[in-house]
Design a protein around this ligand. Structure first.
Ligand SMILES: [Zn+2]
Length: 170
């Protein structure tokens, strides 16, 4: 693909740091382990969340990547940028383990190590449906109705952002 380039995206990182503090507690100790990059060149997605392959971890020291289409970012308003980055961060899941805590004298759940790639996973969207099916059949399934309600309640249209999430086998 001609004309594709990548650049670190500190502005995306700054937005993500804010969102992580407010909404993504499982990422608070992993901010430095996420690489944020602008992607220059045509793509049919605005943002993309990905777990690093072993080689990518070796090259970057990161565990997770967020890619943002540079052109899309320029076109988005502030609130839409927040929604896009929030959306991508929602794709990252993290394992937790239950252990007995002597001080609290009870079982507690704790995230597994941030620098262990086995801790991380990619979460799919809550709702997946073809827009054609929704056009033809409406909100036929409860999950879709809940999703629609969340969209109506929000000040922005979170589903403006079509993206693609990749699983890593590395
Ligand atoms: Zn997504």
């Amino acid at each position: 693909m001609p004309g594709v380039d990548f650049e670190e995206a500190p502005t995306v990182r700054a937005v993500a740091a804010m969102l992580i503090d407010d909404h993504h507690p499982h990422l608070t100790d992993a901010k430095d382990l996420i690489g944020f990059y602008f992607r220059y060149g045509t793509s049919d997605w605005a943002g993309k969340a990905k777990k690093c392959t072993a080689f990518e971890r070796h090259m970057t020291g990161k565990q997770l990547f967020v890619f943002v289409n540079a052109e899309a970012w320029e076109a988005l308003k502030h609130d839409q940028r927040l929604a896009l980055v929030d959306h991508e961060l929602c794709h990252f899941s993290r394992k937790s383990e239950r252990h007995y805590d002597d001080e609290q004298q009870g079982w507690v759940d704790a995230w597994t190590a941030a620098d262990d790639s086995d801790s991380w996973g990619i979460r799919d969207h809550d709702v997946e449906e073809f827009s054609d099916v929704i056009k033809r059949h409406g909100l036929w399934e409860q999950g879709i109705e809940q999703f629609a309600q969340a969209v109506r309640n929000a000040s922005y249209q979170a589903d403006l952002f079509e993206d693609y999430s990749a699983r890593s086998t590395g």
